[in-house]
Design a protein around this ligand. Structure first.
Ligand code: ASP
Length: 316
């Protein structure tokens, strides 16, 4: 049975992190590719959840971002990855934290959602789950594990502060939100963390309500930025509450990001998409690699979005 409302349109949004470094042309191109593939899946009536998983998977496998293959190592030299995914109809969600050795933490997150009664599985237990379902392993000593350490040695030794994180400002986490042809929303994110992190550190990305949230009755949200600040403000759920209270995506982002900065000197970027197709991409950082596509014209991918570039386009 085709229950597709005739006026329903799909739209996909993606990001490759917010920070103080300008995204590279290969990163921009990879985001465009992921948008194209995500939108094609939406036109093939795939659900938003599968679209988000696929788009994030493209970025995880590229080695160009701080997620999957390209994840930053923690201070002990090991990559430990976080990811989560959520759908907006039943509010089903799954996440993994401190997952080692797998290319697609987003797939592990979805397995937590679909194959277990839980929302978050961590560490070696997340690894066992990935192993059980034969997810793709990261080959030992890939070039990416050697070149992706963003922190100079002296910074690794001295750093403990947010201010250093902020100066280094290279995040490159990935995330996506989607609205499918059935009118359902989904959101997800995947990361290797921040440039300098204690082994075992977990950020906002696997935490439903901090880094990711999706609810058809409010919106789909994917955050990026300094995870500690995003967790402390409960950003994703807060944004969803603002949307439910009638805020537009743009106004909700201005309000929440504004308070994130003014109250705790945090920094972040976000994708926000409502089920009526209105969306915004905003960030407090100098740069944010992100884009969107609703099938009209070519996919839009930019290396920064100012308040002027918040989009309020209705989906019709
Ligand atoms: N939010 C991620 C974390 O703190 C980093 C990022 O978004 O780039 O782990």
């Amino acid at each position: 049975m085709n229950n597709r409302p005739s006026s329903q349109k799909s739209i996909v949004l993606i990001h490759g992190g917010a920070g103080s470094h300008r995204p590279t042309p290969p990163q921009i191109e990879c985001l465009r590719q992921a948008l194209q593939e995500g939108y094609a899946l939406s036109q093939a009536t795939q659900p938003a959840l599968a679209i988000v998983e696929h788009m994030i998977g493209v970025l995880e496998a590229s080695g160009l971002f701080n997620a999957g293959l390209g994840s930053f190592p923690q201070l002990d030299g090991k990559q430990r990855m976080d990811a989560s995914i959520m759908e907006g109809q039943q509010l089903m969600a799954g996440g993994v934290a401190s997952l080692e050795g797998y290319v697609h933490p987003i797939q592990a997150a979805r397995l937590v959602m679909t194959k277990t009664d839980h929302v978050l599985v961590v560490g070696r237990h997340a690894k066992h789950l990935a192993q059980h379902f034969s997810l793709q392993r990261i080959p030992r000593a890939t070039p990416s594990t050697q070149i992706r350490s963003p922190a100079p040695k002296h910074a690794l030794i001295k750093s403990r502060s947010f201010s250093l994180y902020k100066k280094m400002g290279q995040y490159e986490t990935v995330g996506a939100v989607a609205l499918d042809l059935q009118g359902n929303l989904a959101a997800g994110a995947s990361t290797g963390g921040v440039p300098v992190m204690f082994p075992g550190r977990v950020g906002d990305t696997p935490l439903i309500g901090s880094g990711v949230y999706a609810d058809n009755s409010s919106g789909a949200i994917s955050m990026t930025g300094l995870g500690e600040s995003i967790i402390r403000m409960g950003m994703a759920k807060w944004l969803a509450v603002l949307l439910k209270a009638g805020y537009s995506p743009s106004r909700a982002a201005r309000q929440a990001l504004g308070e994130l900065v003014s109250r705790i000197h945090g920094e972040a970027g976000c994708l926000i998409l409502k089920s009526n197709g209105k969306f915004t991409i905003q960030h407090t950082t100098p740069w944010m690699a992100a884009g969107y596509w609703n099938g009209k014209g070519p996919p839009i991918v930019r290396d920064r979005f100012s308040a002027r570039h918040s989009f309020h386009q209705p989906n019709s």
